[in-house]
Design a binder for this molecule. Structure first.
Ligand SMILES: Cc1ncc(COP(=O)(O)O)c(C=O)c1O
Ligand SMILES: N[C@@H](CCOP(=O)(O)O)C(=O)O
Length: 468
């Protein structure tokens, strides 16, 4: 399997190189040259299979010669046996024909663990084979950072630097990033918002001297391996409610468009998906784009679902590439428009192709609080604010014969203040995190200055490589 860049001028790569390269060298994102197909029989055969076995069948077509089948199968078994629920991503029914897909049973209580736990193992494997080290830099609005640190802490071949927006993540999220004691972990609180963190990260990938000197690798969803690992639970959940014999819809709390793009990939591979519903909070650039056909950035407002306080949704570029018939020049023009004027318009054909598969809705802060309260009262189900954005938007879609699966992207205990304010219930952290608030924190505050942050990373990475 070869991978191509959405901007058309970076070299085509194999999976192992895509895994280590993060952003393509032309600034684009890698996607597979073609979508592997799973037959109806294969999909039907997923029913009742353990999660890691479905994961093998879904992921295997993407990995090419990166590793032998038995190594991948063993890695997947090990990855998902560490999840705290036997089903890994269980489904809970909350209303007629409406289900919540709980993706938060990994070590850091967010859906990011599903992919990140695998990514850590995949990268270790490839780096060991090549006898190489990598410097990982990640940008987070709260959850990617904790999940990445958990997946890479103490790993010998990687140093990990996480940029998070100072003061804009929950206490639990911050502590999950700042309490790791391993020398290879560096939490950096950036004076800015998530978009500043993500723009700085992309700036580093586009600064080739720095990129090559430190062996820069990415763990955000710009990394294709993150997306592919997330495709699995769409199949698992879809089959659990009757696919491929009936279609299924998903509502996805959305920020960087990675999670919902994984749903799009599942549909491309053969899962019968009726609708993918983009659920945004009041930082609603994607919902506005689907309504108006114009992608236009505005300021970011802090909300009770901070992980979705995002304006520039990286993975939307992957969808633009698809709906433009893989016309990389068109995507490049749109992205140039975005960097020059903060906006671009979608051609009518692209917009209607998007609307065929996707719907969208937003939930404001009042709707989020009401949804947490109502779901607790009526279904006895305690949702975190991100999941509540999804539940609120799914409710607005109205009744349908097609099962609607709402992705629950975080455990309510990550956001206890908002959940308590809405429902009166304080969600408790699970045992293994119960002392999180007492652990010692270690992080540095950094200015929104790419040269200064690059210097810091280079110095630290060099020191750690010398010790290794
Ligand atoms: C809890 C939570 N929900 C939803 C999202 C949005 O997911 P995506 O960025 O893949 O759209 C995020 C962040 O990515 C998150 O951390
Ligand atoms: N919501 C995310 C933002 C980064 O998204 P990613 O999926 O590209 O890593 C977070 O929690 O950090």
């Amino acid at each position: 399997m070869k991978y191509v860049s959405t901007r058309g001028s970076a070299p085509e790569l194999e999976f192992a190189d895509v895994l280590l390269s993060g952003l393509a060298r032309d600034g684009g994102l890698y996607v597979p040259a073609e979508w592997p197909q799973l037959s109806r029989e294969t999909i039907a055969g997923f029913a009742g299979k353990p999660y890691h076995e479905v994961a093998f069948e879904v992921i295997r077509p993407f990995t090419g010669d990166t590793m032998p089948d038995d190594v991948l199968a063993g890695m997947l078994r090990e990855t998902y046996s560490a999840f705290r629920h036997p089903a890994v991503t269980p489904l809970v029914q909350v209303a007629d024909n409406r289900f919540v897909l709980e993706l938060f049973h990994g070590p850091t209580l967010a859906f990011k663990d599903v992919a990140m736990q695998l990514l850590g193992r995949l990268m270790d494997h490839v780096l060991a084979e090549r006898d190489q080290r990598a410097t990982i830099v990640g940008a987070t609005s709260g959850d990617t950072g904790g999940a990445a640190i958990e997946a890479f802490r103490g790993r010998e071949r990687t140093d990990i630097f996480i940029l998070f927006p100072d003061g804009r993540v929950s206490d639990v999220q911050r502590r999950q990033m700042t309490t790791a004691s391993e020398a290879n972990v560096h939490a950096l609180a950036l004076k800015g918002n998530f978009d500043d963190c993500q723009a700085m990260l992309k700036g580093m990938f586009n600064h080739f001297t720095f990129r090559d000197k430190v062996g820069l690798a990415g763990v955000n969803s710009i990394n294709w391996a993150r997306i592919v690992a997330q495709v699995v639970y769409y199949f698992v959940a879809g089959v659990a409610v009757g696919a491929p014999h009936r279609p299924v819809s998903f509502t996805v709390p959305t920020g960087n468009f990675g999670d919902i793009f994984a749903g799009y990939v599942a549909a491309q591979m053969g899962l019968p998906v009726e609708k993918l519903v983009v659920a945004t909070n009041i930082n609603d650039i994607l919902t506005r784009t689907l309504e108006t056909g114009r992608y236009e950035t505005r300021g970011v407002t802090a909300t009770t679902s901070p992980s979705m306080d995002i304006q520039v949704s990286s993975n939307f570029e992957r969808l633009l590439f698809e709906v433009a018939g893989r016309d990389a020049e068109a995507v490049k023009r749109q992205m140039d428009g975005l960097s020059q004027s903060g906006a671009f318009g979608l051609p009518p054909e692209s917009l209607s192709a998007i609307r065929e598969v996707f719907a969208a809705g937003r939930a404001d802060e009042a709707a989020v609080a009401q949804t947490i309260a109502r779901t607790w009262r009526e279904a006895g189900y305690l949702a975190d604010p991100h999941t509540a954005v999804g539940l609120s938007v799914a409710q607005e879609q109205g009744a349908s014969q097609t099962p609607m699966i709402v992705l629950s992207t975080a455990h309510p205990a990550k956001f206890p203040d908002a959940v308590k304010a809405a429902s009166g219930v304080t969600p408790a952290l699970p045992d293994w995190l119960s002392d999180l608030m007492q652990r010692k924190e270690r992080f540095e505050v950094v200015a929104n200055d790419i040269s200064a942050v690059e210097n810091l990373i280079e110095t630290r990475a060099r020191a750690l490589a010398a010790e290794a």
